[in-house]
Ligand binder design. Structure first.
Ligand SMILES: [Zn+2]
Length: 623
């Protein structure tokens, strides 16, 4: 294969000097050498394996060239053909050949030669001969090779192969894994904040491997969302717990943007709707088809479907033609292309009038009158660019001279084209949104998950460094969904409604968090510290809206929003203590625990400045 002697010596040294030891009763005993072998976990091993398989590749290619093997021939719509003989990925290998005994015999020779020349052994027990369609004498052929007979559908690289793409059965495994995960956690008591984190981190990421290639059927998506939803709200299939908030509301992602720094931080309180994620993941293939170089998968799809225009995309699938997987992916083409733009290099693969490469959309749409008059409607950018004109310039040809009122249009077009020119680079595509220029699933998701129009004090709730469970509580409260006595009454519970803290007014969410006289003592502490008077709004949501704190100065603003959440949280915990454990209210203790809570969150921001509680209060009060 053309490797130098020195390189071969190095590799030989690596594989011939490994020494092994055996653990006997947990104690390593002695060392022995071997002639060939790598140390366990040696990073060289996958590379050597790939090099070894290169030999195999060459053997197969030679056999095909000599007519001994025939591979799998793909016939495209446009009459194009393409031969695929084998696929190698890591240690998974697929070889295609015709279902004839002679071919299988030849294949078994190739395998034998490969074993002999490389010293690698093929594990026939893990290999299978899979017939596609009607195949006679498949058993005999399997005996010839020495492996067993498999059948479609099967699994390749963890993904289903040969199953109908709409079959719900291929999602059973995904659902099963998710349920199993859930069952492990259900035994433990986990707070809402913890649950959200778990859903975000694990449950949500589990099906993405499947979702990145296949469209999940609607009923499967519904079932999976149900599992996650039940988990979040602490219910199971058997437990009939109330879901406090409509799921649609939970799914709406809450964003918190730091626009000034051009940096966006997204907090998803729950991962999101699976369907939208699925669309974003499938869309990535549209992007990859346009932006990847000519690699195997792209060649196969391109041959099968035929390419459109300058080869950035495939033709649409028509009728029953083509395979389901790519057909489903093509359904995402429209929104993807609406967000793609061309970056002109040589200009040979971009249409001057009809592709979007400058301005806000294609030039034919921006200047329809000029497009109608153009004689070069199908011209590429390169065709229109004339490099013989000094530094180069645009050479637009129209079917007639312009009227005076049309000259402005020409002027506008030329102004737009100023700054563009062809170069020696290849033409390429880029993603319009975001700063990266490349497709990112996260950006695509945000695009598809159209922003919810409901006005909502997002910024005040999803505050950095505040525990998720606290933010979640404030969020529930602002929707009026915490279980206060008035809500329990509405649900038909027979009980007297009397505030646990002040003992004189009926309890509802606005009273217990804002208006109760006991709670006001906490508000007073804060307002006194910063020296302001505040007219309290009626509802929790309005409080969140108007808690702007523009008067506290930049230094303290960072913790300003957490103050609000801290009051809510401290009060609600105290209220629950009184409600469920009984006992007396100690206002001084309540004040202390509020200040201590706040201090513990604020320390994250402030570091050394506030090593004691007293320092902290001074820091808070200082102008
Ligand atoms: Zn009260």
């Amino acid at each position: 294969m053309g490797f130098g002697a020195r390189w071969r010596d190095w590799i030989w040294w690596c594989i011939s000097t490994a020494r092994f030891s055996i653990l006997i009763n947990g104690v390593p005993v002695g060392f022995f050498s071997n002639t060939k072998g790598l140390r366990q976990g040696d990073p060289l091993s996958p590379y050597l394996f790939v090099l070894g398989l290169e030999v195999f590749s060459i053997l197969v290619r030679r056999a095909v060239e000599g007519g001994f093997l025939s591979g799998c021939c793909l016939r495209g719509r446009g009459g194009g053909e393409m031969m695929v003989t084998h696929l190698l990925f890591a240690d998974d290998t697929i070889i295609f050949c015709e279902a004839k005994k002679e071919q299988v015999t030849k294949l078994s020779w190739i395998l034998a030669w490969f074993e002999a020349s490389s010293g690698l052994r093929i594990n026939l027990a893990k290999s299978a001969l899979i017939p596609v369609g009607e195949v006679v004498e498949v058993e005999e052929m399997a005996v010839e090779l020495g492996c067993k007979v498999g059948s479609l559908p099967t699994v390749y690289l963890g993904l289903p192969l040969g199953a109908h793409h709409k079959a719900t059965s291929m999602w059973d495994g995904v659902e099963e894994r998710m349920r199993r995960r859930l069952a492990q956690w259900k035994r433990h008591y986990i707070s809402k904040g913890g649950r959200i984190t778990l859903i975000k981190s694990t449950l949500a990421s589990m099906p993405t491997y499947h979702l990145s290639l296949f469209r999940m059927p609607k009923n499967v998506a519904k079932r999976l969302e149900r599992i996650q939803r039940d988990f979040l709200w602490g219910g199971g299939n058997l437990e009939k717990k109330v879901h406090l908030i409509n799921w649609e509301v939970v799914c709406t992602h809450k964003e918190k943007g730091d626009y000034k720094n051009g940096k966006y931080i997204y907090i998803y309180i729950y991962q999101t709707k699976i369907e939208t994620l699925n669309k974003a993941l499938l869309g990535k293939w549209i992007w990859r088809f346009a932006s990847d170089r000519d690699i195997l998968w792209k060649k196969v799809i391109g041959t099968k479907y035929g390419k459109k225009g300058f080869g950035w995309r495939t033709k649409e699938s028509r009728g029953t033609y083509g395979v389901g997987v790519w057909k489903e992916i093509l359904k995402e083409a429209n929104w993807c292309w609406e967000n793609l733009m061309f970056k002109v290099g040589k200009g040979t693969r971009v249409s001057f009038w009809t592709d979007h490469w400058c301005g806000n959309t294609a030039l034919s749409l921006m200047f329809p009158q000029l497009f109608a008059l153009s004689v070069q409607r199908n011209a590429t950018v390169k065709d229109v660019w004339d490099s013989s004109l000094g530094q180069g310039g645009w050479n637009l040809i129209f079917s007639r001279d312009f009227n005076d009122w049309e000259l402005d249009l020409i002027g506008d077009l030329l102004i737009l084209l100023r700054g563009f020119r062809t170069s020696s680079e290849e033409d390429s595509v880029f993603w319009k949104e975001g700063n990266h220029g490349t497709f990112r699933v996260k950006d695509a998701f945000r695009l598809l998950d159209a922003p919810n129009v409901t006005a909502f004090p997002v910024k005040c709730i999803w505050v950095d460094k505040v525990p998720t469970k606290v933010a979640f509580f404030a969020w529930e409260a602002s929707w009026g969904k915490i279980l206060t006595l008035d809500r329990l009454q509405k649900r038909g519970w027979q009980l007297a409604n009397c505030c646990f803290l002040c003992g004189c007014i009926e309890e509802n969410v606005n009273h217990i968090l804002v208006h109760c006289t006991v709670v006001r003592t906490l508000w007073d502490i804060v307002l006194a510290l910063v020296g302001v008077q505040w007219v309290f709004p009626e509802t929790v949501k309005e409080v969140l809206w108007s808690w702007r704190g523009s008067f506290v100065g930049r230094k303290r603003k960072r913790i300003w929003n957490s103050i609000l959440l801290c009051i809510f949280w401290t009060v609600w915990k105290e209220r629950n203590r009184l409600a469920f454990r009984g006992g007396h209210l100690d206002i001084q203790k309540l004040k202390n625990s509020f200040v201590c809570n706040l201090w513990s969150w604020a320390r994250v921001y402030m570091g050394e400045e506030t090593s004691s509680l007293l320092d902290f209060l001074e820091w808070l009060a200082a102008p």
